[in-house]
Each structure stands twice: as structure tokens, then as C-alpha cells.
Ligand binder design. Structure first.
Ligand code: BDR
Ligand code: CA
Length: 310
């Protein structure tokens, strides 16, 4: 099994990403850490714990940073709602009692692990950057970072910047410059990773708790996409599970090694991932840039994972 730490900000698509990760049974998930992004840290932490309780796992969840490295937090309540994961009614999790922070937990897990660990961030990169800055000697214990963020040819916060990178560009810059191998699923691929109404009905028809929750999450998530992204023809961009799906089966994706850096001082483009797709700079690629997907296989992969969950 692939040892994993997942850093997320649930988030509707983060929640589906977690269900895919647990349901696929291919990972040894050491911990979930939460980032502030789609909602405040308090809410994303609670949402992650609700999903874990839904599937009945005792994998620990650790609280991450409350705000970006240098900037004020921007949230995406206009997509994910007041609680950050609106739609399904899930029981309140037990009282939170972890004493370690997300950063300390990552350090402990990497230090103690005999094998390298893969890290999957699907929110702003504040926790990962803080960890890399605080424990640079542990970089060598990271197998790869498979993240959702950025994009080469489009943005969703500004014409060129994607939400996760835009929220904390300085953190993203630290991660992209870290030298750790990175797989980046940005908007180029995630806007092709669409879930349509007929897919949602298939999840509902599975008949288990998790299938119902996926359907209710996607019902809510789709409202925004149908209203704001008519270009997607009624589909909703199921971003975050791409980062896990790529680890499970990269053959359903198309990617290219590219040099990528992050604009932190732009006048128009702050928070943009600058992807050298045509290798004009002749720099050593630091990222496997993913830009296409077999949508049907992707949805089927998630379906198969959700089907075996409670
Ligand atoms: C990203 O932003 C968040 O709203 C989603 O969860 C995803 O991680 C897409 O831009
Ligand atoms: Ca997310």
C-alpha cells in the first residue's frame, strides 16, 4: 500500500476525494490534515472529521494553519456554502482532542516512517509550505506531492489564477520551488473531470450511506457550476479526486513534465501558476503537469470506491 498524508479543506470535492482514497483500499493513510480555504480552519477540520466518521475510520485528523502565510484568508462559501460542505446532513463529530498540530504530525510521521510518504494537498498550500520551511531535512522523506491547484490556460479566481494557489501564493511558491517531485492537477484537467446529473443518480442508486452523501454533495456543488460555468454543459468540475485518481491509475490521464513557478507579485496575475508548457525557458521540469483525463473511467473509479464503503 502507498503511504499517504492528505491535506485538504473539505469542501465538496475534497470530501469525494477522501471517499475515493479510503474506498480504493490502495493507500495506507497515515493522517488527514486540514487547510483553511473553502471555509475557515474550524469548519474544514469539522467537515473532514464528519467524512471520516461517516466511513468509520480511526485515521487521525490534525488541525492546520488558520490563515495563509502572509495574507488574509479568502474562503469559497459561494461554492461550498456556509459550513463549507453544505447539502448532506451529517452527525456532529466527537469533541476534537488531538494535541499535535498538522505540521508537527507531518514531521512525526515522516521521521518515524521507514518508507517515503506521498502527500496529497487539495487546498491552499499553507500547511505544506510551513512544514517544508520548518523541517527542510525531512524533504527527502517525501516520495511525491500530488496536488490539486493552479492551471496553465485558465483561472477561476482571476482570469489566470486558480483558488488554491490564489489563496496562498507565497506558500505555493515554496512548494513548487522545494525540489520535491510534484504532480499538478490544475483546472486544465479538472474542468474535464466533470460529474453530470446522470452520474449523481448512479451514486444515489448505490444504496449505501456514502453513495447518498456523494449524491447530496454533488447536488449542492452542481448548483454553482450550472449557474456560473455554462461552458461545462451542466457538468460540475470534480477537481480534488483527480490528485488521488492519478496515484491510483495515471493511465487515465495525459501529462507532460514542465517547469512551473508561481506569480506572487503580479499586477494582474497574482497566484497564477506559470507553466512552461512549450519549454521556452529550457529549465529542468519540476512538475508533472496533468492536462487531460478519460472522464468516464474517472467517474467509474470513484463509483467503484464509493460502492465498497459503508
Ligand atoms: C479548488 O478550489 C476549491 O474550491 C476546491 O475544493 C478545489 O480544491 C478548485 O479551484
Ligand atoms: Ca479543495
Amino acid at each position: 500500500k502507498v503511504p499517504l498524508i492528505i491535506d485538504c479543506d473539505p469542501g465538496h470535492d475534497d470530501a469525494v476525494m477522501l471517499l475515493l482514497a479510503f474506498g480504493s483500499n490502495l493507500f495506507d493513510i497515515k493522517a488527514i490534515t486540514t487547510s483553511a480555504g473553502n471555509q475557515t480552519q474550524e469548519k474544514t477540520l469539522k467537515n473532514a472529521r464528519k467524512i471520516l466518521e461517516l466511513i468509520g475510520t480511526d485515521v487521525p485528523v490534525y488541525k492546520g494553519c488558520d490563515k495563509p502565510l502572509f495574507r488574509e484568508l479568502i474562503i469559497a462559501d459561494y461554492v461550498h456554502g456556509e459550513m463549507g460542505m453544505d447539502g448532506p446532513i451529517l452527525p456532529e463529530p466527537n469533541v476534537y482532542h488531538e494535541s499535535l498540530s498538522a505540521i508537527e504530525a507531518m514531521a512525526r510521521i515522516l521521521t518515524e516512517s521507514p518508507e517515503k510518504i506521498t502527500i496529497v494537498p487539495t487546498g491552499p498550500l499553507t500547511n505544506i509550505a510551513t512544514f517544508l520551511l520548518a523541517y527542510p531535512h525531512l524533504k527527502s522523506k517525501i516520495e511525491r506531492i500530488s496536488l490539486m491547484g493552479g492551471g496553465a490556460f485558465r483561472g477561476n479566481m482571476t482570469p489566470t489564477a486558480e483558488f488554491n494557489i490564489y489563496v496562498d501564493p507565497e506558500a505555493a511558491a515554496v512548494v513548487f520551488k522545494s525540489g520535491v517531485p510534484i504532480t499538478m492537477c490544475g483546472l486544465d484537467v479538472t474542468h474535464k473531470a466533470l460529474v453530470f446529473q446522470e452520474d449523481i443518480e448512479r451514486f444515489r442508486a448505490i444504496g449505501n450511506r456514502s453513495g447518498k452523501v456523494v449524491a447530496e454533495l454533488m447536488d449542492f456543488f452542481s448548483i454553482y457550476y450550472r449557474r456560473e460555468r455554462p461552458e461545462l454543459n451542466g457538468g460540475a468540475a470534480l477537481h480534488d479526486p483527480c490528485s488521488i485518481a492519478w496515484l491510483i491509475d495515471p493511465s487515465m490521464f495525459t501529462s507532460k513534465p514542465c517547469f512551473v513557478d508561481v506569480e506572487v507579485n503580479g499586477t494582474l496575475t497574482t497566484g497564477t501558476t506559470v507553466v512552461d508548457f512549450f519549454d521556452v525557458l529550457k529549465k529542468t521540469p519540476n512538475v508533472d503537469f496533468v492536462y487531460d483525463i478519460d472522464r468516464e473511467r474517472y467517474i467509474q473509479l470513484i463509483y467503484d470506491a464509493v460502492r465498497v464503503l459503508p
